[in-house]
Unconditional design. Structure first.
Length: 278
């Protein structure tokens, strides 16, 4: 009998600190939690960064979605003796963060959404054309066929070339943030780990993103903070405005000069100050 799914979780920061569960972006891995680690001691946080199913060192969850991932996370946190904790989701990690806030209820001290993805298709109008095209395909394509297509695609990718192409389409703030050699190397390492199991993680995310979120919005009672750059060319800030309307007690902060990468990379300390109230 196959054992129940439990995600791989990398721990860093202050072992005795307040737990903070960090959900990485798309595609990605637990390595993206590096943006928070320089501030761990200042805010006394214990960072718990899970790999979503099929990414990094977490087993795939074929045919499953965010609900099953969060259930597995619940088991993992129980084994670690974690009771109350912060939740942060960056970019494509936001659906998991929001669903976790609804699932765990008053165990969540506060939830943060950094340049976060909105639910699709209910907020389809806020997605850029390239994202609409990809998610529409994901909605109607069987999982086995998607894995074949994505596997062929990622086999032909040179990560260095992919990053250079991506940077060329970003705003100036993002280009400057990603020009840092350490940041670039960390991004490459995360991309490499993200495809360790081939297409599994990417397909899990695409199927999850293109489906309704398994969340009761009214069940989210914890403080909720959203941060988004108005120069974001990956996910429009209209997505955070949409989620802000879905959670009326949330607090939204827009940054006129920041993009999708410059915001989490350069403002992580400010983000943690908002989240923790420090």
């Amino acid at each position: 009998m196959k054992s129940e799914f439990v995600p791989f979780i990398r721990e860093s920061g202050v072992p005795s600190g307040v737990p903070l569960v960090f959900f990485h972006g798309f595609p990605g891995s637990h390595l993206q939690a590096a943006i928070l680690e320089p501030f761990a001691e200042k805010f006394a946080i214990r960072i718990l960064a899970p790999d979503r199913p099929g990414y990094g060192f977490s087993d795939p969850l074929s045919g499953k979605g965010i609900r099953d991932f969060i259930s597995g996370l619940d088991r993992a946190l129980e084994r670690k003796g974690v009771d109350k904790f912060y939740v942060v989701g960056v970019s494509g990690g936001n659906p998991s963060a929001i669903c976790a806030a609804g699932h765990f209820g008053d165990r969540v001290l506060a939830v943060g959404s950094i340049c976060g993805l909105a639910p699709y298709p209910e907020a389809r109008e806020y997605f850029y054309k390239f994202a609409k095209t990809g998610l529409d395909v994901a909605m109607r394509t069987p999982e086995f066929l998607m894995k074949t297509i994505v596997n062929q695609f990622i086999k032909g990718i040179n990560p260095e070339d992919k990053i250079d192409l991506m940077i060329s389409h970003l705003d100036e703030a993002d280009r400057q943030a990603l020009s840092n050699l350490q940041v670039r190397q960390a991004l490459l390492q995360s991309m490499d780990l993200a495809r360790r199991q081939g297409a599994a993680g990417i397909v899990f995310d695409l199927k999850s993103f293109s489906s309704p979120w398994p969340v009761d919005w009214a069940a989210i009672k914890s403080p909720h903070y959203l941060w988004h750059g108005k120069q974001d060319r990956v996910l429009s800030y209209g997505m955070s405005e949409y989620v802000h309307r879905k959670i009326p007690h949330s607090k939204l902060k827009l940054y006129p000069e920041d993009g999708h990468y410059s915001l989490p990379i350069l403002r992580a300390g400010e983000i943690l100050a908002d989240l923790t109230g420090a």
